[in-house]
Design a protein. Structure first.
Length: 398
């Protein structure tokens, strides 16, 4: 374990690096998350940034050194991630790889898998996307119908996946496909693949969002042949692998590579906006009702930021020890949505301006509000998350 002195020295060092190296305004709008990357210019800028952060040694620090990681204590990565947030750096675009596919491969993959995939994930040389949801089977993941038929040392994949964010730039997909349509138990007929996106028959089509941005894709498979060696786990064991993946996606399991996954907009930004916004000719922050809303938002924000520390103290979570990690996705995405909604309300009639030249902050808050809904849907909708908490944490009946 590193000493307090070592951590303090490192925190100062890493903060100085990001303060000096965080890129300035590139002259074009940057996406908020990987789900809004819609142009080659945005993508290349963000990929170059992740590569620079990796080369400096500030991502994947706790991942094994033999696979391209840093091989040091997680505490150092936590400080590096904290410095990224503090200095408001661009996010690291390989979100699926860094936070879901990478931890999964380290947890369940073969030695060959780890040697093949991990370093490319960290450097952003190999971008990953997720192939879980389907057009007719959104939250009903167990009913996935995309087929993977064994043919010698290959599988032939047919069907489609939707919300495959960054699919048009991805080299690999974590793919859940049906290998046994006749299985009596629908979950037993699914298999999990680390599927290449560059083989013939794979066709990702970007989807335009309400904001005018892209990022989302629908990916079509038409007799796409993928190596049988890309199967992760046993054939027919894909459901169990997918459930492990979702624990990483929802933050219920640790092991992610670190770094920030979205542009940082926080409760303090809302306070600053309330100082600029006007209500009856006065700053909105002077309104006692608005001040009350802001205080509640700040309390909630600070509480969420302290949840990880709380989870380490049995006296503070002994009743429901799994509640904190399993509720993280629900708490944070719903707070982001409400935070952006308040930001628009503070603008009064100006809140209706989104693409107008004189929109407050360039329409950033309106754009963020629209985009916030993707966070409440991806990885299991808020309604699904509440069911999970009720059934698996509180023990309520289905």
């Amino acid at each position: 374990m590193p000493t307090a002195t070592e951590l303090a020295e490192y925190e100062s060092e890493v903060d100085a690096w990001f303060r000096e190296n965080t890129p300035k305004d590139p002259g074009f709008i940057l996406p908020e998350t990987f789900m809004e990357v819609g142009t080659d210019r945005q993508f290349e800028f963000l990929r170059d940034w992740q590569a620079k952060v990796y080369e400096a040694g500030f991502v994947g620090m706790a991942w094994p050194k033999e696979y391209g990681g840093g091989g040091v204590d997680q505490a150092f990565q936590d400080l590096a991630t904290k410095a990224m947030a503090k200095n408001r750096t661009p996010f690291l675009p390989n979100t699926i790889g860094l936070n879901w596919a990478g931890p999964l491969i380290l947890h369940m993959g073969s030695e060959e898998d780890k040697q093949r995939y991990i370093q490319g994930i960290l450097s952003a040389e190999d971008i990953w996307c997720q192939g879980f949801s389907e057009p007719d089977h959104g939250s009903d993941l167990g009913n996935a119908q995309c087929r993977a038929t064994k043919d010698g040392d290959e599988y032939i994949v047919n069907g489609s996946k939707i919300w495959t964010s960054l699919g048009s730039y991805a080299k690999y997909m974590i793919l859940l496909a049906r290998t046994d349509p006749a299985a009596e138990n629908k979950y037993a007929g699914l298999s999990f693949f680390l599927a290449p996106m560059t083989v013939p028959g794979v066709d990702p089509k970007p989807i335009k969002k309400l904001t005018g941005e892209y990022g989302f894709c629908q990916t079509y498979f038409n007799d796409a042949r993928i190596p049988a060696s890309t199967l992760l786990g046993e054939e027919g064991g894909g459901w169990q692998v997918a459930m492990v993946t979702l624990t990483f996606e929802r933050g219920a399991s640790g092991g992610q590579a670190g770094g920030i996954a979205s542009m940082d907009m926080n409760a303090n930004d809302i306070v600053e906006l309330a100082r600029r916004a006007k209500r009856n000719g006065k700053p909105a922050i002077d309104d006692p009702l608005i001040r009350d809303e802001l205080v509640q938002l700040l309390i909630e924000s600070e509480s969420n930021s302290l949840m990880a520390k709380r989870a380490q103290l049995p006296a503070l979570n002994s009743d429901w020890p799994s509640a904190i990690p399993m509720s993280g996705k629900l708490r944070n995405t719903e707070m982001k949505r409400r935070m952006c909604k308040l930001a628009i309300a503070l603008q009064g009639a100006n809140g209706a301006r989104f693409v107008a030249a004189d929109a407050i902050d360039g329409g950033m808050w309106q754009r963020s509000y629209f985009n916030a809904f993707s966070g409440t849907i991806g990885g299991g909708t808020s309604q699904i998350q509440k069911n999970i908490l009720g059934e698996r944490v509180l023990g309520l009946p289905k």
